[in-house]
Ligand binder design. Structure first.
Ligand code: BG6
Length: 476
């Protein structure tokens, strides 16, 4: 995480002049590294590592000075949470002494069970100041009770205004653009409701599998890993009421209301409204159970879902009767995250062969917005209709570099702006909806449906939409 996302994001912020000259980045691990070791590791892995091509490509000769300046900001202290030996904390105290009135950001990219103990030791070492902030990486717990326990533990040390629960999807340009699209344009709002919208599809499809991640993934699964956070965040932004102000609390208040309005899916309803899948070997791609991992597969591995599709409903005036279909999976044939808003058919058609309008908000691979409208195919004969996309590609329209999600979010943490971070009640409301689905799946003796690696998921996912005459949006 640090090497792949955080350090490249900090480097770009530095290069674009967003870090003050005194900013220091202090890595904490059990690793026993010196500053020089750590800088060498970052130089090798971030600058030259295959994962971080963005940085490598953008540190050509001319930028070598920026890279050297960034490396010089890096330090390392060895801290082992839960040990008698407090020398690491003393070393950190020494480094921070004299900077008590400055902003301090503690970024916890460690397993959630360490969040509470880490914050406690941080406080015992006297390092938490009024201008300190803590960033918590997902997953925040594995159910409502564990999330509440973590929130209580961290909340005993930090005030809510100091806690930044990160969901990197909120840092993606299209996601922020969704709010602008909805609330800075007049034409959408009148049709953004059940009178005009037939359904919404939110997909996060990945081609990657889970090699080396079994330890985590066996206990997470797609529902906890992607739906509880990323997909539900996209759903709230799509469905929320217009906030009165562009203000951290006003926006988050509206998002929580959407989560609270989700119709619960419990017991046998999970059979009708949810689908679980697990990829099996196909071609040269291994199945989930054959993925190389640090631990051999267990009974839990066989039950874990690497794909899920859910038909969600929001019980309020705006959305009554409009299904929100959520879908995410590993080892699908393409990498694509998008929100598709499908409008209803025209009330009365005078042309044969029309298709409903569709608004596609694409988060990746390329960020952009497409509105599919019906047009007449040129020609002198019969009128023939064809859906034509009106598209906005951010990459082509704006020449400025589109920042990575983490870059934007880290800048917001440094600026103390939590709008794009999840408030405690948001996280807990999301778990409150997820928990009954998890319970229903646990009680079900059936295993997830198999789907061959490299395909769009199990047959059940198509049936979920097919029984109401709908289909998943696939690229034409
Ligand atoms: C992470 C999940 O939160 O998001 C991963 O833990 C997933 O399993 C990743 O691969 C997807 O992020 P992105 O930005 O590539 O869609």
């Amino acid at each position: 995480m640090s090497m792949r996302k955080l350090l490249p994001a900090l480097y770009h912020s530095d290069r674009e002049g967003r870090l003050s000259p005194e900013t220091r980045v202090i890595a904490m691990s059990r690793g026993g590294l010196t500053d020089a070791d750590f800088r060498g590791k970052v130089d090798a892995e971030v600058r030259d590592g295959s994962e971080s091509r963005r940085v490598r490509d953008e540190v050509p000769a001319g930028d070598a000075a920026a890279w050297e300046r960034f490396l010089a900001r890096l330090h390392h202290v060895s801290v082992d949470v839960g040990r008698e030996d407090k020398s690491g904390w003393d070393a950190l105290s020494g480094m921070l002494s004299g900077f008590e009135s400055r902003d301090r950001v503690f970024y916890l990219a460690s397993p959630p069970r360490t969040f509470g103990p880490f914050c406690r030791e941080l406080a015992e070492a006297g390092l938490v100041m009024p201008r300190s902030r803590v960033v918590l990486e997902k997953p925040l717990g594995h159910d409502l009770a564990s999330a509440q326990a973590i929130n209580d533990e961290v909340g005993a040390i930090f005030e809510e205004r100091q806690i930044f629960r990160i969901d990197h999807y909120l840092g993606k340009e299209t996601v922020q653009n969704l709010l602008v699209l909805r609330f800075a344009n007049a034409f959408l709002e009148p049709v953004w409701n059940s009178l005009w919208i037939d359904h919404v599809q939110i997909t996060a499809a990945e081609t990657v599998g889970t090699p080396g991640r079994r330890g985590y993934y066996d206990h997470a699964g797609a529902l906890r890993d992607m739906v509880q956070n990323h997909l539900l965040q996209l759903l709230t932004l799509t469905a929320m009421e217009p906030p009165a102000r562009n203000d951290r609390e006003a926006i988050r208040d509206e998002k929580v209301k959407v989560l609270q309005a989700l119709r619960p899916i419990a017991g046998t309803e999970a059979d009708r409204f949810t689908v679980r899948g697990q990829y099996v070997a196909a071609g040269d791609m291994p199945g989930y159970l054959d993925e190389p991992g640090s631990t051999p597969p267990t009974e839990a591995s066989a039950r874990v879902e690497t794909f899920t599709a859910i038909r969600a409903e929001i019980k309020n005036w705006r959305w009554a009767g409009v299904p929100f279909y959520l879908r995410t999976g590993k080892r699908m044939p393409y990498r694509r995250s998008e929100i598709v808003v499908q409008f209803k058919d025209v009330p009365h058609s005078i042309f044969p062969g029309g298709a409903p309008n569709r608004l596609v908000l694409r988060l990746q691979p390329e960020e952009g917005i497409e509105l599919h409208i019906m047009a007449k195919e040129p020609g002198a004969g019969e009128v023939t209709l064809k859906p034509v996309p009106m598209s906005l590609s951010f990459g082509k329209t704006f020449t400025t570099r589109v920042p990575e999600a983490y870059e934007r979010l880290l800048s917001d943490v440094l600026a103390g702006n939590p709008t794009l971070f999840m408030r405690r009640d948001e996280v807990e409301a999301a778990w409150r909806w997820i928990d009954p689905i998890l319970d229903a799946w646990k009680a079900d003796p059936a295993l997830p449906e198999a789907y061959p690696a490299g395909t769009t998921g199990p047959a059940g996912a198509n049936e979920l939409l097919g029984r109401s005459g709908r289909a998943w949006h696939e690229e034409e």
